[in-house]
Design a protein around this ligand. Structure first.
Ligand code: GDP
Ligand code: ZN
Length: 450
């Protein structure tokens, strides 16, 4: 896709730095760069040049790198001017580029052009943003895998297989009197079922990828004084929550963002969930329930010294039924070891938030829950976004309708239409099917100059 104008942006982080980078891309990028650097070195070879501002004053000396179209990041003529990282200096270089006919780039516009020119698909372009924003080593490795195309390849392979299945069903439309017989063939049913399994495998992997990027939300819930705030502090390694031996101290929900063995998580400490007449405490409890509602995993704390309270059973029963939970038996340092109970009440992870004993068991359990057990540390995952998770869920919904229609021997038209919709939802991930609105939203979250 040809783009008419030439864009320029300071690509290094704002502020002073040893190096500052001005990036120019578009049809007249070489001319714009020539007006600043005087002359250009051969393609892909660094050349030392004096940079001049729009009035011709020499303002810096630096390296020039030229990448002619189409072998550049954007697929257009692209030039990088590497000078010193002075704030005013870079601003003068940018102004010189604009005076020579470039315009200022919008955030993410270089990557958007790379996408529009077919240098990256949409999932890869998003991975560029994920790589820059990655909050842990694992997230970096996963983003790099997506950028290399590991995720896109899986999506494309699924889309290709679906295309073949659609051709099969649409073939049946040409024999309209015999659709039922045609589609009753077990072959189609089996292939759809296999395709559905591959889709599920990808959905599971994408769920992990999204957690790497967006983190896992965990709520700590339990009766007052069982050690919820102490556990949050232990996991966060800081004195973030107010700990006291006065029941009901945590009146509001507190959140901590932390990286637990490579995985970003948000932990929410909730006010003790108990009956109370105190209005402020009631509000805290209301917020606790709403935090529980948003959490993907609940850590339910009990005091290891006590038998399960009837209130605990009541509270556990009030959690949304399908909400995964881990029962944590805290204060094991105080519990009488010789009297360790072997009944149902002794299930759960036994630890001491105060001394740190047993904390490793909990972090391992959380990682396993997130699908990031030891096996995944090899870097088999890739980053994914909520957008991808939703597109895959949409694909799955249409697939299910198609499979049900097939089982009910419905008209081939219905099945064909659902498969077409499934295909379209899948195509949104790599950008084969996109709206301008979606592109705008994705690239606006990028940094300027990327
Ligand atoms: P919360 O109301 O559930 O948030 O409980 P806190 O974290 O405020 O803790 C209540 C009291 O129990 C404080 O005095 C803590 O120091 C104490 N505590 C918490 N965890 C442990 C533990 O594992 N062992 C011991 N001995 N005391 C703990
Ligand atoms: Zn607390």
């Amino acid at each position: 896709m040809a783009t008419a104008d030439t864009i320029a942006a300071i690509a290094t982080a704002p502020g002073r730095g040893a190096i500052g980078l001005l990036r120019i891309s578009g049809p007249i990028a070489l001319e714009v760069a020539t007006s600043i650097a005087g002359s250009l070195p051969p393609p892909r070879q660094a050349g030392l040049r004096t940079f001049r501002d729009r009035d011709g004053a020499a303002i810096d000396q630096g390296l020039v790198l030229v990448f002619p179209a189409p072998r550049s990041y954007t697929g257009e003529h692209l030039v990088e001017l590497q000078g010193h990282g002075g704030v005013v200096l870079l601003q003068l270089l940018l102004e010189a580029a604009i005076a020579a006919g470039a315009r200022m780039a919008r955030p993410g516009e270089f990557s958007e052009r790379a996408f529009l020119n077919g240098r990256l698909d949409l999932a890869q372009a998003e991975a560029v943003g994920d790589l820059i924003d990655a909050a842990s080593r694992q997230a970096v490795v996963a983003a790099q895998r997506s950028l290399e195309g590991a995720f896109s390849e899986r999506v494309t392979a699924l889309a290709d297989e679906l295309m073949a299945l659609r051709a099969w069903v649409e073939g049946a439309l040409d024999f309209s009197d015999e659709d039922v017989d045609w589609l009753a063939d077990d072959g189609l049913r089996t292939r759809l079922a296999n395709w559905s399994d591959s889709l599920d495998a990808l959905i599971a992997q994408v769920g992990q990828g999204r957690r790497l990027r967006e983190g896992l939300v965990v709520a700590i819930v339990g009766q007052p004084n069982v050690g919820k705030s102490t556990l949050l502090n232990r996991l966060a390694g800081v004195e973030a929550a107010i700990v006291s031996d006065q029941p009901g101290t945590t009146r509001d929900t507190l959140r901590e963002h932390l990286v637990l063995e490579g995985m970003p998580i948000t932990i929410v400490d909730t006010a003790g969930l108990r009956e109370t007449d105190d209005r402020i405490e009631q509000e805290g409890i209301r917020r606790s329930w709403s935090a529980v509602d948003k959490a993907e995993l609940v850590l339910y704390l009990v005091d290891d010294r006590h038998d399960e309270h009837p209130q605990d059973l009541e509270l556990l029963a009030r959690l949304p039924v399908d909400r995964p939970r881990i029962v944590v038996r805290n204060k094991c340092d105080l519990a009488d070891r010789s009297a360790q109970r072997l009944d149902a009440a002794s299930t759960g992870i036994r630890l001491s938030a105060a001394t740190g004993e047993g904390i490793g068991l909990l972090t391992t359990a959380i990682r396993e829950f997130a699908g990031l057990g030891a096996a995944d540390q090899q870097g088999s995952s890739f980053t994914a976004r909520t957008r991808h998770v939703l597109a895959l869920a949409e694909t799955r919904r249409h697939l299910e309708v198609a499979m049900r229609s097939l089982a009910a021997s419905s008209a081939a038209e219905l099945i064909a239409e659902e498969l077409r919709l499934a295909h379209a939802a899948l195509g949104e991930i790599t950008g084969q099917v996109t709206s301008e609105d979606l592109l705008g939203r994705i690239f606006a979250s990028f940094c300027i100059g990327k």
